[in-house]
Design a protein around this ligand. Structure first.
Ligand SMILES: C[S@@+](CC[C@H](N)C(=O)[O-])C[C@H]1O[C@@H](n2cnc3c(N)ncnc32)[C@H](O)[C@@H]1O
Length: 271
């Protein structure tokens, strides 16, 4: 069964603002794979669970047309607000039943999203819409992340890990699939031509307030906020104070580097 999250307008806005992880490393991995398996032209890419569109926009330079699909109306609204690219469009829809013709799509991708889908139905739909030799790419990153700043990287990473521990009880069991690096999803892919790439390290610069926003955008934080708003807000405030203190700075505009550990499943439909 698919799971509905990320539906609220406020959550979608947080997503748009704080999740800028269209990763060039992962995109180039996917494009190389598609080139090897199917070759050009790259006509149509479908980015499922596109959220506010970060992942779809990253594909724009490489495809004639990119379509972002998301079940959440609020996310699609956010995506449309910031689009501005002629070859990218967004539509509301479910991963399990997509509005594309049989054998019409070169690439189906899902960034940090496949664990929310009804995997069996989604994979059947992927098989239907992909062209022969067309490719599927499913990737995600895992929390918590490593932080780097002037000699106090270990302390900062530790503080984020401790904060994340408090969120664990609010995690959906779906996110366990991310912990398992999509092991179950990989096994469920029926295409025999499939592979996985692990430990893709993605570096990203963010201010401390940006990191707080990123934490706020997590589904487990949103669940904590719903169940115990005071405790959730206080956890963020305390975490921010601890980070600033460890860094010896007072401004939450101070920028640090974070490293996300990502993985990607790749598969190609038989001819
Ligand atoms: C964690 S967000 C990822 C957004 C974006 N791809 C990114 O990289 O930031 C997961 C998205 O999947 C969407 N989603 C969840 N279940 C879905 C389904 N069954 N069909 C389509 N989208 C779905 C959610 O609405 C949400 O926007």
């Amino acid at each position: 069964m698919a799971t509905r999250f990320f539906e609220g307008k406020e959550h979608a806005a947080l997503y748009q603002k704080y999740r800028p992880f269209a990763s060039t490393e992962i995109n180039s991995l996917i494009l190389k794979y598609l080139e090897k398996k199917k070759g050009k032209p790259f006509s149509l890419a479908v980015d499922v669970g596109c959220g506010s569109g970060q992942s779809s926009r990253g594909l724009a330079p490489f495809f004639d047309v990119v379509v972002g699909v998301d079940v959440s109306e609020a996310q699609i609204e956010e995506a449309k607000k910031t689009c501005g690219l002629n070859n990218v469009s967004y539509r509301q829809g479910a991963a399990e039943k997509m509005d594309f013709k049989d054998a019409s799509v070169d690439l189906v991708t899902a960034a940090t999203a496949a664990h929310w889908f009804d995997v069996e139905k989604f994979l059947k739909e992927v098989d239907r819409i992909l062209k022969p030799k067309g490719c599927l790419a499913l990737h995600s990153y895992r929390f918590p992340f490593a932080m780097h700043y002037n000699g106090c990287s270990e302390s900062l990473t530790q503080i984020v890990e401790e904060m994340y521990e408090r969120l664990v009880p609010y995690k959906s069991e779906r996110t366990q699939m991310v912990w398992n690096k999509y092991k179950e999803i990989f096994e469920a892919i029926t295409f025999s031509d499939k592979e996985r790439v692990d430990n893709i390290l993605i570096k990203h610069q963010a201010s401390i307030s940006g990191i707080m926003g990123l934490i706020k955008s997590l589904s487990c934080y949103q669940m904590f906020l719903k169940k115990d708003p005071e405790a959730a807000k206080s956890l963020l405030e305390i975490t921010e104070q601890r980070l600033l203190q460890a860094m010896g700075v007072s401004s939450n505009d101070t920028v640090v580097e974070i490293t996300m550990n990502s993985f990607c499943l790749l598969a190609s439909k038989p001819e």
